[in-house]
Design a protein around this ligand. Structure first.
Ligand SMILES: C[S@@+](CC[C@H](N)C(=O)[O-])C[C@H]1O[C@@H](n2cnc3c(N)ncnc32)[C@H](O)[C@@H]1O
Length: 194
């Protein structure tokens, strides 16, 4: 019996460490507010041949809801949930298994500050990033994923053939994209750049 308590204790400590370790999860986990989901789905402007990448997907609240909506509309929109926290990766995989649109959902464990995006989404014409990332990390993430010409910084997407590109940022504006900004006001502000 003592062993079982000890194992439970270790499990709980492990989970706490996963959520508090700055190295494993530099941006703390807070899910998007459920009441803002309809506005966020509208901001994502879901279409055929679009790939939506949630950078730091958490438990997938946004991506699974969006995938539900495109499934109902019979759209071929694809979704990629990028997450670093192993516990949340497990949650994402479990939720994906039970999702009616699972063939269009991909779960990736990677670091949004350093990952290579072109390998994830090279055969599409429309790319949308969804971010709910602390303001002091936003620009660094954006610099790692935007194609040349948007911020002026050449990066991995410079060679990708992307016709259309948009970013939806929950709660926090992206200063370097200010000129392309529109807003939607829900419980929190949704910033759209397209
Ligand atoms: C504020 S939460 C947002 C969760 C989800 N996007 C949502 O809107 O509900 C930020 C998420 O980013 C993840 N994260 C933090 N640092 C990361 C990194 N370097 N690479 C990938 N994901 C990261 C956290 O584990 C957390 O789940």
């Amino acid at each position: 019996m003592l062993i079982i308590y000890f194992l439970i204790f270790l499990f709980v400590i492990g989970i706490i460490l996963l959520f508090t370790s700055k190295k494993l999860s530099p941006i703390p986990y807070f899910p998007t507010n459920k009441t803002d989901l309809p506005l966020i789905l509208k901001a994502l402007n879901l279409k055929q041949n679009q790939v939506v990448i949630d950078l730091g997907a958490g438990d997938g609240i946004v991506i699974f809801k969006a995938a539900e909506s495109t499934y109902a509309q019979k759209l071929n929109t694809r979704f990629i949930a990028v997450e670093i926290n192993p516990f949340l990766i497990l949650v994402l995989h479990l939720r994906r298994l039970l999702h009616p649109n699972k063939k269009n959902i991909k779960i990736v464990r990677d670091d949004i500050f350093t990952m290579t995006f072109e390998l994830l989404a090279s055969d599409f014409s429309l790319l949308t990033f969804y971010l709910y990332v602390s303001p002091w990390h936003l620009e660094k993430v954006i610099e790692n994923c935007l194609p040349a010409g948007k911020t002026g910084k050449l990066n991995l997407f410079a060679q990708a053939r992307i016709e259309n590109f948009s970013v939806v940022s929950y709660m926090y504006p992206i200063k370097s994209l200010k000129k392309k900004e529109t807003r939607a006001q829900g419980k929190n502000t949704i910033f759209v750049y397209s």
